[in-house]
Structure formats: C-alpha cells, structure tokens
Design a protein around this ligand. Structure first.
Ligand code: ADP
Length: 557
C-alpha cells in the first residue's frame, strides 16, 4: 500500500508539473507578445514625429538595430525605406493586412509566421499625415523554440521538483500508512484513526465477534466430542483421505498397543500407530470406499476393527475406524469350542461302552452267566453319563448366571453338616473319617450353590484320599473374612498342576479319576460357583501328605 500511495503521489506531482509548465507558457507567451506589440506601438508613435518632420532622412540616420525592423511605405504601397532590406527590391506592400488597416483606420497590426518557423513577426503600422505608412516589426520566438531554448534549465528544475515530490511522496505515504499498520485489530473499536476507516473497523469488529462466537462454539463441540470419546471403551480413529489422523481417543492407542502418548498424533500418518498388514489393508479398503472389518491380534488382545468410508459429494473424504476389544469374547469362544470338543469326547466313551455291551446282549453272543455283568456295566456307564450331563448342566447354569436362586442368611455349620451327612456312606465305604471342627458363622449367600461347592470339595477329599485317611471341615469368621476349609490327608496335588485342576475336564491322573467315577468338572463347578458367590478359592497341597481347599469371603472386596 505504501508503494502504491508513493507512486500515485509521484505520478500526480509529475502530471501537475507538466500541466503547470504548459499553463505558464500558455499564459506568458501571449502576454509577452502583447508587451512587444505595445513597445512597437510606442516606438512607432515616437518615430512618426521625426519622419513627419524629416521624411526618409530621419530613418536613415537611425542606428542599425537587428531586433526591430522599420519600413516606410508610400500610400500606393511602394516601399520607400526598409532598415533591413533594399527598398527598391521590395515588392508592393499595399495588400499587407497591417498596411491596409493603417491606411483605412490610421493604424494596423498583424502577427505572421516567419519563414524559419521558429519565429513569428509582430507588425505595427501607423499612417502619417502625408498618407505614407510607417511600419515597425519585431520577431518573437515560437512556443516550441522558446521551450527548446529553456529546455536544459527546465529539465533541471523538473528533476529537482521530481526529487522533492519523491521525498514528499515517500514521507506522505509512510505517514498515511503508519496508523493503518499500528491498528489494533483485536479491538477495532478502540482505534482512533481516519474517519474513512471507521466503517471498515466497525465491520471488522462485527466479524471478529462472530468469529469469536463461532470459535467458542467449535471449541465447546470439540471438548464435548473429546469428553465423550475419551470415556469410550471402544477405540475411535478418524482419518482423512491421505491416511492422516484427524482425531483419536485413548482407547484406540491402548488397543493398538501404543504404550504412551509422547505427543499428539493428529496430522500424522495412521500407520505410525501400527504397521500390521491387516490393519493397513482394512484402512486402504475403507479409503477405497468399502466397508471393511478385520480381527487383529495384538499382544494379548484381540481387537475387531470396523472401518467405514466417509463420503462427501460421492467422493471419499476419509474414514472412521472403530476398534472393539473382543479378547474376552474370543477367549470365551475358544473355551466353548474346547468344551464342546471335550464334552463330545467324554460322552462318546461311555456311550461306546453302552452300545458295545448292548450289542453283545442283543446278538446273544454274551453267555447267560455274563448277562448280569454286562447289564451292570451298562448301568454303570449310564450312571456316569447321567453324572456327566448333570455336571454339564450345573456348570452351564452357573456360567450363564441364569440361576433361579436368591441369597439368604445361611447358617454355615448346619449347611456343612448336611453335606457331610450326604457323603458319610461313601466315606465309610472308603474307610475315611469325616469331621466338622469347632466354630460357626452365618453368611448372606446362595445356599444350593454353596452346598454344591462343598459337596464337590468333600467328595474329592474322600475320592483322592488314602485308606484310613481323614477329611476335616472347618468354618471360621475372622474380622472381615469368613473362611470354610476342607482339609484331607490324601494323595495331594503336584505344585505345577495346582492351578490347572480348576480347568474343565482336567485331571491329574485321568485313568484314576475315571476309575473312581470323576467327570473332571467338579473343581470347575467349584471355581465358577465361588466366583458367583463372590468368594475366592485357594488350594494348598503337598503330594503324599494331603490338600486343603479354602473358600474365602472378604467383606471389603
Ligand atoms: P474329577 O471329577 O476328576 O474329580 P475335579 O474337577 O473334581 O474332577 O478334579 C480335577 C482333578 O484334581 C482330579 O482329577 C484330581 O486329579 C485332582 N484333585 C481334586 N481334588 C483333589 C484332592 N482333594 N486331592 C488330590 N487331588 C485332587
């Protein structure tokens, strides 16, 4: 802007200078012509007095002048005298304008271009009393020659004026622009500047208020969006068509295994978060305009990625990726698959036996004395199947959480006594003594499930015991903790397998377990049942010496 003002002022000054010179010349040139004309008039009237008196002789005595030309013309137009030419040689002057006027009116004047073009002649003619005409003329330079004559000084003056104009223009432009440069656009209304700028400042002020309002709204929305997405358990990633991140939440970083957020990833390529091939493919597919999904296994996590393109006017402007942690679901599915396979296997064995023995009986291959034995085997295997199916039903019910029971205040001592009474015949058969130690407590719990847990623990303590062994159950309340302990003097469990025994169908000694009618589901029911009741199940065991299973309720948990 400074430059523009500078150039405008300079150009204006230059034009003004040219016009000024032209106007001055235009005014002065005719003025000087008029002055010269008056001088000629005066000179003619003085000279006419001498010529009236002495005739041509008066003129011949005059000193020679190069600037003024004197001519005496007779009343018939013949030239009698000329100060610069031979009168005899000169043509008749009667038709000259000034001569004609003088003869008719007493005086006459005329301006005529000279032969050389750079001059013009001014004539003044005066009629004498004898009818002759005295003419005096002088040359005046033409405008062009006048200008050319003063061209050099004129150029110097013009140059000087242009320099002055340039200095002035430079200062003036800076002075005009300075207040504009120091405008406080944050507070446009507070500026005290040219009146002409005031409407602009009012407009800027209005616009700034609108911008501030819109910014505040945008910020508010952004904060709202961040607040919502930061509390999402699902990961959210928004990217543009060049794969650069526009937005993301913390869950997305966690699920993609980005340990710590060093700096913001906004504006960075999404692949800096994870370079997994499947991850890249799902992004590329969504940016090609397709909905796509993939399951990503990252460290211990299974993450399902759902990617959708974002379309504006039919073109893909970016994509939105939703990351869902499906680790638990995947693990459950794996456990379920394994369980189904195990169940099928466990069911197949007794069914094959039943089918085999039944076939022998049906075909009459079995001897009559073996019939009872085979029927007994079929009964045993069927019993095994019934126990297995009922265990499967129990475990499924606990697993699903769809149990028709409600919690109640349970007297633990009487509940344990009931369980021991049910198992006493089996214990006696195995020569195992059962005892309930001193102590009691009551608990708000689901009695049928607790009964099922204790039944399995005591049953195992009998099954995996030695002849003449002992099983002791105790209940105690200690401050915030309630504990039920089932202790046996049995075969014990090797340390490496103490946690695995809670897995479905896991047995330390498979053939021994089957031999004594185990399904491999008892401790799994215990584990799930304890979790349902909000208790912990702990195991301590020494091979060859015995095991202790403890159920612990901690009221602070
Ligand atoms: P099972 O029906 O085979 O008894 P469980 O789930 O009840 O299945 O037990 C799993 C395995 O844990 C058993 O096969 C056995 O090897 C071991 N076990 C359970 N309780 C005891 C115990 N009190 N003493 C020794 N081993 C035990």
């Amino acid at each position: 802007m400074t430059k523009r003002i500078f150039r405008t002022i300079l150009a204006t000054s230059f034009v003004v200078l040219l016009v000024g010179i032209a106007v001055i010349i235009g005014i002065l040139y005719p003025y000087f012509g008029g002055q010269l004309e008056k001088e000629l008039e005066n000179e003619a009237s003085y000279l006419s007095l001498s010529v009236e008196k002495d005739g041509v002789a008066a003129l011949e005595q005059l000193p020679h002048s190069s600037s003024t030309r004197i001519t005496l013309i007779a009343s018939d137009g013949a030239v009698l005298y000329d100060s610069q030419a031979d009168a005899a040689q000169m043509e008749n002057h009667a038709d000259r304008e000034e001569i004609r006027d003088a003869m008719e009116n007493g005086s006459g004047k005329a301006w005529r271009q000279s032969d050389t073009l750079d001059e013009q002649n001014i004539y003044y003619a005066l009629r004498l009393s004898n009818g002759n005409v005295l003419r005096i003329s002088s040359a005046q330079r033409s405008v062009v020659s006048l200008v050319l004559g003063v061209l050099q000084p004129l150029l110097w003056v013009a140059l000087l004026l242009i320099i002055l104009a340039a200095v002035f223009a430079s200062r003036a432009s800076k002075k005009i622009v300075a207040p504009l440069n120091s405008l406080d656009l944050e507070n446009p209304e507070k500026n005290d500047i040219y009146d002409e700028v005031a409407p602009l400042l009012t407009k800027i002020d209005r616009q700034q208020k609108t911008i501030r309002q819109q910014l505040a709204e945008a910020k508010h929305r952004q904060e709202e969006f961040s607040l919502i997405t930061s509390h999402m358990s699902e990961g959210l990633l928004v990217l543009d068509s060049r794969m650069d991140l526009l937005s993301y939440n913390e869950s997305a970083l966690r699920l993609l295994g980005v340990s710590e957020e060093k700096s913001s990833y906004v504006g960075k390529n999404i692949l800096v978060l994870n370079r997994n091939e499947a991850f890249r493919e799902v992004i590329e597919s969504s940016l090609a305009g397709h909905h796509s999904e993939t399951l990503l296994s990252l460290n211990d996590l299974s993450c399902q990625i759902i990617a959708n393109p974002v379309l504006t006017d039919g073109t893909v402007a970016g994509a939105v990726l939703l990351l869902v942690d499906v680790t638990e679901k995947t693990q459950r599915e794996a456990i379920r698959r394994e369980f189904t396979a195990n169940v099928s296997h466990e069911l197949k064995t007794p069914l094959t036996s039943i089918s085999g023995f039944a076939e022998l009986l049906q075909n009459g291959i079995a001897k009559p004395e073996d019939t009872k034995k085979f029927a007994g085997r079929i009964f045993d295997e069927a019993q095994r199947l019934i126990t297995l199916v009922s265990d499967i039903i129990k475990i499924s019910q606990i697993d699903e959480g769809h149990l028709p029971y409600t919690a109640e205040n349970v007297d633990l001592r009487s509940l344990i006594s009931g369980v021991l009474d049910r198992l006493r015949p089996a214990a006696e058969r195995a020569d195992i003594s059962l005892s309930l130690r001193e102590g009691n407590a009551s608990l708000e719990t689901v009695a049928p499930i607790l009964e099922e847990i204790l039944y399995n623990l005591v049953d195992n303590a009998i099954k995996y015991n030695k002849k003449g062994g002992k099983v002791a159950v105790s209940v105690e309340k200690d401050g915030r903790q309630t504990r039920i302990r089932v202790q046996d003097t049995g075969i014990g469990i090797p340390p490496a397998q103490q946690q695995r025994i809670f897995e479905r169908f896991y047995r330390v000694d498979k053939s021994h377990s089957k031999e004594i009618g185990g399904t491999g589901l008892g401790l799994s029911i215990v584990k799930h049942g304890a979790a349902y009741l909000g208790a912990q199940i702990l195991v301590e065991s020494t091979p060859g010496e015995g095991s202790t299973f403890t159920l612990v309720w901690d009221s602070t948990c």
